[in-house]
Design a protein around this ligand. Structure first.
Ligand code: GDP
Length: 299
């Protein structure tokens, strides 16, 4: 919890801090208060649609419950925000298949490789065995980075000097079956939704994984850098249309004031946020919990 609050420090300032200031400086609920509230939400990247939805909910509550003072509105906002984010709270469930195959996708630098490292730590803490597939075959540095995470977490890494992503991950799934490993974490190269040939390539990777294990991949996680703000919505849409995402990981929430983007995602395409990244160490990955998240922002 403390780690979460620390990790969200900048969004807390942008959103929670400014809202506290707002509710501190107004005693009555009036139009001016709503206008300032709108500006603050937009500044924290909550997005136009989600902001409008939140304000509409608040206006309805003010009317229904005959709220008059600003402190009551703050409580109503916390509730409304929690309700908006609640559909994103669906924890990762890995006991359904063995090996459980998780494929990470996203743009370059979003935090795919780092998240794999952190996720391995999280899984191992639950007694699960893990195998890495170095499926980012475009950048040698990505493979090196994954090997380092493998060493750090005592995880075997399936990698090839040459060869394509699909082949490496196929091998890794076979190896996991042979060794009775619980979870395969497959890295893939970074790509932009506009790079259509690369979007086709990732679809192929998915198809090839199913050849190694018919029910796989069991989870396709889009890793999103929270700093991309509203652009994250376009990434979610494009990757979901191409692959059928099962979840999101929102990284670098610690370095940004744009944590409100989760509300925008909830409003536009509520794909479960399996985890949030709030720092660079292996402990800095947390399952997303709506209430905890909102409370960390406002308390
Ligand atoms: P990839 O290209 O998607 O595999 O991205 P990387 O995993 O290489 O991450 C890019 C950079 O972001 C690295 O310097 C990571 O340490 C950093 N990073 C990843 N996740 C987080 C996070 O949650 N917080 C912070 N502060 N940095 C992160």
């Amino acid at each position: 919890r403390e780690r979460l609050k620390r990790g969200l420090a900048r969004t807390r300032e942008a959103l929670g801090g400014r809202l506290s200031g707002l509710f501190g400086s107004h005693t009555q609920i009036d139009e001016a208060l709503f206008e300032e509230l709108e500006t603050i939400l937009l500044t924290a990247d909550v997005g136009v649609q989600a902001t409008e939805a939140l304000l509409a909910t608040l206006r309805a509550r003010v009317k229904r419950d005959r709220l008059t003072d600003a402190a009551q509105l703050k409580a109503a906002l916390i509730e409304a925000m929690t309700e908006l984010l609640a559909p994103l709270e669906k924890p990762l469930e890995i006991s359904t298949h063995k090996p459980f195959v998780i494929m990470m996708v996203g743009v370059n630098g979003a935090g795919k490789t780092t998240t794999i490292g952190k996720l391995a730590h999280w899984l191992q803490n639950q007694g699960k065995s893990v195998l890495f597939a170095a499926g980012d075959t475009f950048r040698a540095a990505a493979r090196e980075q994954l090997l380092i995470w493998g060493e750090r977490n005592n995880v075997t890494v399936i990698a090839q000097e040459k060869g394509d992503s699909a082949a490496v991950i196929f091998d890794a799934v076979q190896a996991a079956k042979a060794r009775s490993i619980d979870v395969v974490l497959a890295d893939t190269a970074g790509r932009l939704p506009t790079q259509l040939h690369l979007m086709e390539e990732i679809k192929k990777v998915k198809r090839v994984i199913a050849k190694a294990e018919p029910s796989a991949p069991h989870e396709i996680l889009l890793v999103l850098d929270a700093n991309t703000g509203q652009n994250a919505l376009a990434q979610v849409k494009a990757f979901d249309d191409a692959l059928g995402l099962t979840g999101l990981v929102v990284t670098k929430l610690d370095g940004t004031a744009k944590g409100g983007v989760l509300a925008a995602i909830a409003q536009s395409r509520p794909i479960p946020v399996r985890f949030i990244g709030v720092g660079e160490t292996k402990q800095d990955l947390q399952p997303f919990r709506a209430r905890e998240f909102v409370e960390a922002l406002f308390e």
